[in-house]
Write a protein that binds this ligand. Structure first.
Ligand code: BES
Ligand code: ZN
Length: 632
């Protein structure tokens, strides 16, 4: 039933992906099928891939740091149904000057009504023609393109040169790349990017040759991604950056003043890759490099293929936050190889990755650290369910529409505990074999919750009795936490939990705090009473050295606790932290903590935000704007 998808068959190729690929594993040469079942229809794209779909993007762009502008051409390979006349792309604010066919003839186009966040349909009249077409778009991104952050030299660590980075997930790449911006429409890509010397350019693809001098103090860099990827994984960064190898196929880019610390922190990466391969099959992307960005990067990390993007705030000097690297690496299977077809199924990316991350951590750093990190995640699930109610629809893993989801405790941690539960019921050996075949058989293809469920039923579940014990349907499609959940080992934090109790009862400061792991310290700070007097906070800080911690996760928890108690001595540090760090996971809760503290906190929040807002990426700005613009 499976044919190589070199013809229009792929336009209609839709349904039984799970079985067809058992016989014929995906190769990178073929065009990945677009799913057509109702649950795979992406409501966040205007594209109509069944009529005409983009299969390859070739970018030729110039970076202009003075104007904070990027522009040039995008040449698209299009696979069109025989009678297709139009191609629909996603466009959010692009400034289009001209669209032509490859003979240079103008093609008429229209930009439809714009929808908030989603952008507008760009409909191109291709006219009649063959199944394989090519069109060229001359354009530039709008000055405020949300995927891009242009940093002034002062916003970098080195202070000498400007910097640019992009963030595509989920639907931001349509602000700088005219294509079909949907995770189920995989595309190969190539790029030629020019930038002023001495800046270096990296992308989420393989650099082709040496940079070429093109005069005027500019250089051209070429890249290629020959494996079909969802377009949110096209990423770029440019700045004064250097590279340091940390293993045979691993290395890290960073600003020169950050590079040594960055390379020391990610020194385990080669072992992480080897461990991941031992678990779920070969790493299929060639090299695994990373770039440590300036601190305004809005996420901890982003799994851009062959080039994970990382926040510098994970550097603690002791590799204690390397779960982040394990996580982004794991996405090389869950997310980048097998991709959620729609964002409403993003647990297929993030939940499976969180489970995989924990398995890598166990392999490389041992059972104790993995169990502690799992226990922190579990506490987050329980806290969220207590907050929103265990029957809130958003607490299901699968959502009917995007935007329903409640946050990382569900998408990431409930997803993680789902797989952990399945593993505990069927046994590690059977579970690992199943997950590995899931990756192999869906490599370079999109997937849905229903496909995941069907595949488990077909290839994992051995009997009706076992199906009953697993409760797969409940786990994936229903809210709350099923009763069969494989809870974390209560012994994981036995010592810390006793210390929390002692502190709560008698104010005893844990004498062994300095011997604790980073996860143990976080558990302690998470669980002590939230209401503290100034004197109690001063004692805690003095005894545990919280404000002086080298670990930003600890500094963050300290500042959150301090601000929520109007502890004024912490204000200068909070202000400095919020000016230096743009990671939304830290910034948003700190503003929230102030905002919840009545007029005192609101005045502080407004004052601080007025100076820090311009330095934040659009993602972080959006998150804080929602707090300070909220009614009531
Ligand atoms: N893919 C995500 C980042 C992301 C999620 C970007 C949703 C846009 C929309 C990345 O892999 C991630 O999960 N990062 C986490 C890492 C953590 C869970 C170890 C982060 O940034 O905190
Ligand atoms: Zn992730």
């Amino acid at each position: 039933m499976y044919r190589p998808l070199s013809s229009l068959a792929l336009l209609l190729a839709a349904t039984a992906c799970t079985t067809m690929n058992r016989e014929s594993p995906a190769t990178t040469a073929m065009v990945a099928p677009v799913l057509t079942t109702a649950d795979a229809v992406d409501d966040a794209t205007f594209a109509r891939p069944q009529v005409a779909r983009v299969t390859h993007v070739d970018l030729d762009l110039a970076l202009d740091f003075a104007a904070k502008a990027v522009g040039g051409t995008a040449t698209l390979d299009v696979l069109a149904a025989p009678d297709a006349q139009t191609l629909v792309l996603d466009d959010r604010g692009l400034v289009i000057t001209r669209i032509t066919d490859m003979a240079g003839r103008d093609l008429p186009y229209t930009v439809g009504t714009s929808v908030e966040d989603k952008g507008a349909p760009l409909t191109i009249e291709m006219g009649p023609g063959p199944i394989n077409r090519k069109i060229r778009i001359q354009y530039s991104a709008a000055p405020g393109a949300e995927a891009l952050q242009w940093l002034s030299p002062e916003q970098t660590a080195g202070k000498q040169h400007p910097f640019l980075f992009s963030q595509g997930q989920a639907i931001l790449n349509r602000t700088w790349i005219p294509t079909q911006d949907s995770p189920g429409i995989r595309q190969t890509w190539t790029a030629r990017i020019t930038a002023p010397e001495p800046l270096d350019v990296i992308m989420s693809g393989v650099r082709q040759g040496e940079p070429e001098d093109i005069g005027n103090g500019r250089r051209a860099f070429r890249f290629a991604m020959d494996k079909p990827v969802p377009p949110y994984l096209i990423a770029i960064a440019a700045g004064d950056i250097d590279f340091q190898s940390v293993g045979p196929r691993t290395g890290v880019w960073a600003e020169p003043v950050t590079l040594a610390r960055a390379a020391a922190e990610v020194g385990d990466t080669e072992s992480l890759v080897t461990a991941a391969e031992g678990l779920y099959g070969p790493y299929r992307w060639g090299r695994y490099d990373m770039i440590v960005l300036p601190p305004s990067f809005p996420y901890g990390g982003m799994e851009n293929p062959v080039m994970t993007f990382l926040t510098p705030t994970f550097i603690a000097g002791d590799r204690s936050n390397n779960g982040l690297v394990a996580h982004e690496l794991a996405h090389s299977w869950s997310g980048n190889l097998v991709t959620n077809a729609v964002w409403a199924d993003s647990w297929l990316n993030e939940g499976v990755t969180s489970y995989f991350e924990n398995r890598i951590t166990e392999q490389v750093y041992g059972k104790k650290r993995a169990e502690q990190e799992a226990a922190l995640a579990f506490a987050g699930i329980e806290e969220t369910l207590a907050e929103v109610g265990a029957d809130a629809p958003g607490t299901a893993l699968h959502h009917k529409t995007s935007g329903e989801e409640i946050g990382s405790a569900i998408t990431y941690d409930k997803g993680h505990f789902f797989l952990r539960t399945v593993e505990s019921i069927v046994g590690r050996e059977r579970f690992d074999a199943w997950l590995r075949q899931w990756f192999d058989n869906h490599a370079f293809q999109p997937a849905t919750s229903q496909m995941f469920y069907d595949d488990m039923m077909r290839n994992l579940v051995a009997s009706q009795a076992e199906a009953d014990r697993l409760a797969l349907r409940e786990w994936i499609f229903e809210p709350g936490l099923p009763a069969n959940v494989a809870r974390p080992d209560p012994a994981a934090f036995a010592e810390v939990d006793a210390a929390v109790e002692a502190y709560e009862r008698t104010g005893t400061i844990p004498a062994r705090y300095s011997d604790w792991t980073s996860a143990e310290r976080m558990r302690f700070l998470d669980n002590i009473p939230k209401q503290r007097t100034n004197a109690q906070l001063a004692t805690l800080d003095r005894a545990l050295g919280l404000s002086g911690s080298q670990n930003n996760e600890i500094v963050f928890l300290w500042l959150e606790l301090a601000l929520a108690n109007r502890y004024e001595p912490a204000l200068p540090q909070a202000e400095a932290f919020l000016a230096r760090v743009g990671r939304a996971k830290f910034v948003r809760p700190l503003f929230q903590a102030m905002w919840s503290e009545g007029e005192w906190g609101r005045a502080q929040a407004r004052r601080i935000y007025a100076t820090t807002r311009p330095g934040y990426h659009a993602v972080t700005r959006g998150a804080v704007d929602r707090i300070v613009n909220a009614k009531g």
